[in-house]
Structures are given as C-alpha cells and as structure tokens.
Design a protein around this ligand. Structure first.
Ligand code: ADP
Length: 392
C-alpha cells in the first residue's frame, strides 16, 4: 500500500512516499519557498537528487506537482493508488494522545491550538487542505509531536503557577519531538529485546529535548508549553529564571514579541558564543581557541547531563540512554563530553565506537552499567506506520 508522509511548514512542504507495511521509501522530496520568489523543489529517487525551479504560489500547487512527480516517476499509476496521507502536526494540546483520521472537528481543534504553535499548526492545516483537494480519496491522518507526551503524570506536566491557568489558558507542559522520542524508544527496545524498559531518549538537534520513557510511555520530557524549555539549544535559551523576562522588558523596553525573538532566536549556543547556533561552528570555534565557544559548549553539555541524571533518578535507573537528531547522531565531541559526565553512573564510553556519524551504534563498552546508543531518528516512517494502520 502506498502511503505519503507529509510535513508542511509555512513556506515548505517535505514528503516521503512509502510502500507499506514494508516501510520501503519510494521517493522523497521537499518544496521550498512556497508563496515566495525563487521557489524550487528537490526530489530524491534511487539515490539521485534532482532540483527544479518552479513557481509555487501555494501549497496546493506544490501538492499537484508532488502527485505529478509520483506519476511521472512511476511510483503510482494513478492517484487512487495513494491510500493514505499522514500529516505531521506540532501541537496537539491535551486533545490528542494518538494519531487521528482527519475530520472537520479535528481540523478545528488543530486550528484552535494555533496560539500555542503559531508558525506550525496553521501551515499544517494548509497542507491538509491541499492534500484533500488534490488526493480526495486518500485517508488523511494527523500525527502529533505532542501525543507521545500525553502520558505524563499531572505532577510532571503542571507548572507551579496559579492552578486555574492550566484549565483556563491551557498553560502546561506539552513537550515536542514526541514522534522521534517514540521511534528511538521502540527501536532500542527492539535491540534490547524487551518492552518493560526504562529509557532516557535524547533528541539533540537544532531544537533539543530529552524524555524519560518507562514501558514505552513517556513519563517526563524537557520541553514545556513551547519548545523553549529544558535544554540549551542552537538559538533557544531553554530553562531560565522566568523573572528575567519582565525584568529585561522593563530594562530594555523590548516588546513581548521582541523578547520572544531574543529567547528563541538569539539565545542558546548563538547567544553565548556570539558565533553561531550550529554546533559544527561551535566545534570549529573551540578548535580555534574561541573562549566563548568553549563556554557555550560547556553550558550546553552540562544541561544535557543534568537532565539525564534527573531522569535517571526519576525512572529509578535506566536500561539505556539514546542519542538522536542532528547533534546526537553526528557530534562525536558532544556525545563524548556527555558520556564522560555520566561516569559516576558507571557509564563507560567506547571511544572507537563513538567515532562514527549518522548510523546506529552502541557507543559504550561491554562493562558500561548503562548502554548508550546512537539511533538515527525517522519521524517519517512513524507517520507512515500510523497512517497505514488507520488506512488498512
Ligand atoms: P532540527 O531541529 O532543525 O530538525 P537537526 O536535528 O537536523 O535539527 O539538527 C541540526 C543540527 O545538527 C545542526 O544545527 C548542527 O548543529 C548539528 N550537526 C549536524 N551535523 C553535525 C556534525 N557533523 N557535527 C556536529 N553537529 C552537527
């Protein structure tokens, strides 16, 4: 069965087509600069990458081209062969704890939650509408980044703010990257050969979060109401004293919106180093002896260790720790620094194994009390799996 996995942003649309249940990727691609000038799309097929410049006034146009590409590349003979289309949704609030088939009511709820994900939820709705218009017979599903975290107990998702704020304004921890945390947790359980496990999953990309997972269910996660909580990220500050915000608004006269930009786009690795939000640039800076890059990396690593240790105690131990996403899969130096910071827990790095990028690897020694794995994430296949199950 042919299933499409779709991730629509405000000006982009990423997709992968799968043959399910084999989970074989048939074609993938991304449309960029939708609604802007110089728009283009890239397609990956049989290991080859093709880029085409084309007018993309809106997401519907992108979807039409997507379908034409599927047909001209003989992925499908007709539209009817695309049985299911799964859409990635960033914010599902407390409404959604699993993947759902799209209905008007589901769309209305996603729309209502736009206040909590102003860049992402409206774009996803545009993507759903485009898919419905172009492939009307396919089952459309929505896969939520927040769904996996809905199993957190109240004491972990509430903030110590006026209790009514949660009910009246929906202020609580929702987390993010849930599809990725779930994917790597399930994969590690497959490797360990059991499901009753305690796992600490570290999704360390440009955005970064850590989750505590027990028996394949999330019990805690580091992101909060929005992605700007927990870890230090590329350009997000993560956990800070909340009173800094009103204090600095008074001192600088920044508007709430401008403050939001500082906290999300000008902080983190970028804010401390003054160099870049990209950990590759930070690593280059460290090699060149840049003091602020050295400091930024120390703070970044410290915070990751803090969360791992916190969740280790919360779970009452750990059967495995997992690294995934851009930094987790590729930064040898960051992984090494984190694992060395966990020595007291009996974690022992295998330097040679750690010297690899982007592939599934056990990076600790046989003697290590907790195995640490690198597992490349695959949110697209999770979307395809859920969509296949709901379509079948
Ligand atoms: P996003 O949150 O945007 O999905 P990714 O998971 O794709 O982010 O991670 C992107 C980040 O991964 C980059 O900003 C960079 O910091 C990091 N990264 C990618 N490759 C490497 C590498 N070889 N060494 C260190 N960091 C890397």
């Amino acid at each position: 069965m042919k299933i499409l996995s779709v991730n629509a942003g405000s000006s982009s649309l990423k997709f992968q087509a799968f043959e399910m249940p084999e989970e074989k990727v048939l074609i993938s691609g991304v449309f960029e600069r939708i609604g802007l000038d110089s728009s283009f799309y890239t397609i990956k097929l049989n290991g080859e990458k093709i880029q085409k410049e084309v007018d993309l006034p809106n997401h519907k146009e992108a979807f039409e081209i997507l379908v034409e590409e599927l047909i001209s590349n003989k992925i499908v003979e007709s539209l009817e062969e695309i049985k299911g289309i799964g859409h990635r949704i960033v914010q599902g609030g407390s409404y959604f704890d699993k993947t759902e088939v799209v209905t008007e009511d589901v769309i209305a709820k996603i729309d209502e939650l736009s206040a909590l994900a102003p860049l992402h939820n409206p774009a996803a709705i545009v993507g759903i509408r485009a898919a419905q218009a172009v492939v009307p017979n396919a089952v459309q599903t929505v896969v939520f980044d927040t769904a996996f975290h809905q199993t957190m107990p109240e004491e972990n998702y509430l903030y110590a703010l006026p209790y009514e704020w949660c009910k009246d304004y929906k202020i609580r921890r929702y987390g993010a990257h849930g599809t990725s945390h779930k994917y790597v947790a399930l994969r590690v359980d497959e490797i360990l050969g059991k499901t009753n496990t305690k796992l600490i999953t570290c999704h360390i990309g440009n955005g970064a979060s850590i989750s505590a997972v027990k028996d394949e269910k999330c019990v805690n996660t580091s992101m909060g109401l929005t992605p700007n909580a927990g870890l230090i990220m590329g350009s997000r500050c993560g956990d800070i004293d909340a009173t800094i915000v009103p204090y600095m608004i008074e001192k600088t006269g920044l508007s709430p919106r401008e403050m939001d930009t500082v906290l999300n786009k000008k902080s983190g690795l970028l804010g401390i180093s003054g160099v870049s939000s990209d950990s590759r640039d930070i690593e280059d800076g460290i090699k060149a002896g840049n003091e602020r890059c050295i400091l930024a990396q120390k703070m970044y690593v410290r915070r990751i260790i803090d969360y791992i240790v916190k969740y280790y105690f919360e779970l009452g131990g750990a059967d495995a720790i997992v690294f995934t996403a851009g930094v987790g899969e590729n930064s040898i130096a960051t992984r090494k620094a984190v694992v060395e910071g966990l020595k007291l827990l009996g974690v022992e790095l295998d330097e040679e194994a750690n010297n690899s990028r982007g592939k599934e690897t056990l990076i600790t020694t046989k003697n290590s009390k907790i195995p640490v794995y690198v597992i490349p994430t695959n949110e697209e296949v999770m979307i395809a799996r859920d969509t296949y199950l709901l379509t079948k």
